[in-house]
Design a protein around this ligand. Structure first.
Ligand code: C5P
Length: 222
């Protein structure tokens, strides 16, 4: 599958990154998590003590920050100006601000170009919100991965509960719904299913079922 690109889009917590990583491994493709790139810019904005709404400063940071993704055992390491920020970008503070950062046109332009360069040699499986619609409209395979908001919140909760004891399922559900709303209603390339994407609703499906389903779709392009 090195001659094709696969785009996986969908709302927060649908399991895109876990599935994309497993499929990439199976097919010998390179996995790229574009959400991590929006998170890296958010991390830098917060680290500098800037406001997520500050157009000028956010645009400057998007232009200057050198983001590098590196494959690792766990999926992917993320570096910002050579600092390893892989775990820092998963903090709750980042979750709360990242959708605001992702609304800035300057941020989207910068990251879209970078993502297009990364996929230009094909053999890439890329997950995000606008990959099938905007970043790689010519991707050979497009998947739109969804699940009910209850199920997505429950999966995230299981993942995070030991690390963040204060977290409640209700709080997570609210945060996920809020982030989806911001992503779906923003002006620049909002989260939406591409016309030629195949929808996979993973509510009630196990991870291995979902992976098998995507591999089955990919088989058609061998
Ligand atoms: O995928 P993840 O949950 O890490 O993405 C974090 C946020 O980054 C999303 O909620 C969205 O606001 C933004 N994002 C985006 N376009 C992408 C990937 C992520 O706007 N292609």
């Amino acid at each position: 599958h090195n001659g094709i690109n696969i785009a996986i889009d969908g709302p927060a917590g649908a399991g895109k990154s876990t599935v994309a990583r497993l499929v990439a491994e199976k097919l010998g493709m390179v996995y790229i998590d574009t959400g991590a790139m929006y998170r890296a810019i958010t991390w830098k904005v917060l680290q500098e003590g800037r406001q997520a709404e500050d157009d000028g400063q956010v645009a400057r940071i998007a232009r200057e920050l050198r983001i590098r993704l590196e494959p690792s055992e766990q999926g992917q390491k993320v570096f910002a100006d050579d600092q390893d920020i892989t775990s820092l970008i998963r903090e709750p503070a980042i979750n709360q601000q990242v959708s605001t950062i992702a609304q800035h046109a300057a941020v989207r332009e910068q990251l879209t170009l970078l993502q297009q360069q990364m996929a230009s040699g094909k053999g890439v499986i890329m997950d995000g919100r606008d990959i099938g619609t905007k970043v790689l409209p010519d991707a050979e395979i497009k998947i739109f991965l969804t699940a009910s908001v209850e199920e997505r919140a429950r999966r995230r909760f299981e993942e995070l509960r030991t690390k963040y004891p204060d977290l409640t399922l209700e709080k997570l559900k609210e945060e996920i719904a809020q982030r989806d709303h911001t992503d779906e209603t923003r002006k620049e390339s909002p989260l939406t299913q591409a016309q030629d994407a195949i929808e996979v609703d993973t509510t009630g499906m196990s991870l291995s079922d979902v992976t098998a389903r995507i591999l089955e779709i990919a088989e058609r392009f061998k």
